[in-house]
Design a protein around this ligand. Structure first.
Ligand SMILES: [Ca+2]
Ligand SMILES: [Ca+2]
Ligand SMILES: [Ca+2]
Length: 228
């Protein structure tokens, strides 16, 4: 029937006009944290928090955007494991074509829980993707610690100095980061990694050990972009 055919042609033209575009999306989700050995053995509890970030780089190795997250402050006892999937907000951002993404996380044992909570509330309030200003240029040749990544991310969001002040007062128990490249994509559409980080050390002759797990995912999703 001509009318049905006409409708088909119109729909087809519509499809061509709104050609699906693919977007590379990165996700980060903290999974679990387990206290194997407390930093503050005497009080038998640590007050811990996580600060984490996803940073996207373009094909020219320029950091272009960042999104920040925070969890805590939570009191933990020895051998306690905390499930974070429902508590720690997932991060998501788009990665430029032929780009890559770096996931970074730091674990902090805080001494002033009130002050740390105020900072975490601020981190959670700015839970959106911000662009990285050219002045905060991160190049591939620089050796960057996860803490540096997070500080830069929070600086880009307008919070960095406060965070560094906070870290000077508290104890950085450990840090971890992982990188996913567009080339890692399995069958060209998705790649997912669960990172297990053993965060151990000694502070004032007291040893501590934590186990942190987080997921990092990269996937290509189809997006229909209407053209006018
Ligand atoms: Ca200890
Ligand atoms: Ca401490
Ligand atoms: Ca403490």
């Amino acid at each position: 029937m001509p009318t049905k055919f006409a409708v088909f042609v119109v729909l087809l033209l519509g499809q061509v006009a709104c050609a699906p575009k693919t977007v590379l999306t990165a996700e980060m989700q903290p999974r679990t944290i387990k206290a194997l050995n407390l930093e503050e053995t005497l009080s038998q509890r640590d007050e811990v928090m996580l600060a984490y970030a996803l940073t996207a780089y373009d094909a020219n190795n320029r950091a272009v955007s960042v999104v920040n997250g925070g969890w805590g402050v939570s009191s933990v006892r020895k051998n306690e494991e905390i499930a974070l999937a429902q508590k720690a907000q997932p991060l998501q951002l788009n990665v430029p074509k032929n780009g890559r993404v770096v996931a970074s996380v730091v674990l902090i044992e805080v001494d002033d829980a009130g002050q740390a909570q105020t900072m975490l509330n601020q981190i959670r309030q700015i839970h959106n993707v911000v662009s990285v200003p050219a002045g905060l240029l991160l190049t591939a040749t620089e050796v960057l610690t996860p803490l540096k990544y997070i500080t830069i991310g929070l600086t880009a969001a307008g919070l960095g100095v406060k965070l560094v002040d906070q870290f000077n007062d508290d104890d950085l128990l450990g840090q971890s980061s992982a990188e996913l490249n567009e080339k890692d994509l399995v069958s060209g559409t998705t790649t997912s990694r669960t990172i297990s980080a053993n965060l151990t050390g000694t502070n004032l002759r007291d040893t501590y050990a934590y186990q942190l797990q987080y997921d990092v995912r990269l996937k290509r999703v189809k997006m229909t972009v209407a053209r006018r």
